[in-house]
Design a protein around this ligand. Sequence first.
Ligand code: FES
Ligand code: MG
Length: 580
Amino acid sequence: MSETKKKTELRSAAWFGTQDKNGFMYRSWMKNQGIPDHEFQGKPIIGICNTWSELTPCNAHFRKIAEHVKRGIFEAGGFPVEFPVFSSGESNLRPTAMLTRNLASMDVEESIRGNPMDAVVLLVGCDKTTPALLMGAASVDLPTIVVTGGPMLNGKLNGKDIGSGTAVWQLHEQAKAGQISMHDFLSAEAGHSRSAGTCNTMGTASTMACMAESLGTSLPHNAAIPAVDARRYVLAHMSGIRIVEMVHEDLKLSKILKRENFENAIRVNAAIGGSTNAVIHLKAIAGRMGVPLELEDWTTIGKGTPTIVDLLPSGKYLMEEFYYAGGLPGVIRRMGEGGLLAHKDALTVNGNTLWDNCKDAPIYNDEVIRQLDTPLIEDGGIRILRGNLAPRGAVLKPSAASPHLMQHRGKAVVFEDFDHYKTRILDPDLDVDANSILVMKNCGPKGYPGMAEVGNMGLPPKLLAQGITDMVRISDARMSGTAYGTVVLHVAPEAMAGGPLGIVKDGDWIVLDCAGGGLNLELSDEEIQARLADRAENNKPVQHSGYQRLYLDHVLQADEGCDFDFLVGCRGSAVPKHSH
Ligand code: FES
Ligand code: MG
């Protein structure tokens, strides 16, 4: 550990360190909590940013985690102050938690900057809580450490393991196809979610936990330890000790979140078969830190990286097995030994490089964390597609797609929005076959609004009944990280923002060329321009007030991370003015 910071060098001294009216006020009101005077005398004040909420069930155990973080902070000579922020919970929030990711990030940013703290611990879990807190913290740039809540234990149904989310999609399709009864479908609920924690598949929560760890913002093994495993609480305790040391070392988030760390994270995403949502979230976090990151980076950096983690939805195991097999350090070790970790010297929050943390990591199960020469998928990098249907890009996750559909030409079956899809897909006379391409509009950032996870449209029941299990689907929506299929997502610009997706008609031919990175409508430029001009005239913007008004006016498109235009960038931690 480096030199201890002098009392007066602490950021919190600007609140608690003066013997005057202001110091009196800042200390006195805090003392109503029973805090003795010596706790204000030059100790690092550590914020614990808590997304606990009983309405975010994945984060409902966070008060216990916070208690263990506090033990570590006290042990290291700091003083913890826990505070709540908006909790964007995936399972309950309508119309989609993504609508409030930026709202939460604003809450986090202003809470950290405006309050007396020298560093912050981010308690994250459910999908949006991880990017929201990292975005907000990056815009302030104090020493910051991520503690994740951990995944749920394996789901169980009829004696077999089932994975969060993925089982819902599968069982629902089976129920629609008449293969299981509605009673059996509904009775799976309790076994599906049988412990505290986040989704136990390699969905967005697990992916973002792995992203936080590979970016270097958490201690090793943070991503995979199950929520109810005692070692999760030890990690919380150790993170509490470490954040106090980081204050003395002045190890701010900007010293960790370098371009190199993002490049490592992109490769790790391919190796774990991570969620497409990471494309949007990493861009938004990088944008807050002023780190350049483009969609094409996912192709140039990620391409050729094999998926070696055999987890649902790409593979078959769950996060419990992943932890027991060696967790993310095991994956990073394999990547480094195979020359796939581009930046071994990238710094992490414990002061070591990523490679130092992982180079001796044990691997206990080669089926869960595969060898590089026997991967689950040869090339697991997320595909970026462009063309006249997606001039600013779209994404597809090859490890969740069907190889035979990744080069495909088909006729469009078009849904104007999600409601249209829900009714039209049930039509027994719908002109659709297995070669058709399902196209859905108006589900993007502005269109839904909030870019809901509806891109993995369920297949027409009549095709399911024929045993068809996958079709090409294209939309401006996202999809859950727990979902699967040959699904083209994040089409930008979205239909509501005037993108060409909005002019596709039934029967138009579309060519998906994953190998060449193309997504094109077989229409002439003249025809596309004529249809766009016609659509612009008929497109009446929906009126909203409240937060949705702010969102619609300022949200950026998917290729820019869906942040608000006015939130991009780091604004630092200085607040020169007192409150009285
Ligand atoms: Fe919270 Fe999946 S719903 S992590
Ligand atoms: Mg999810």
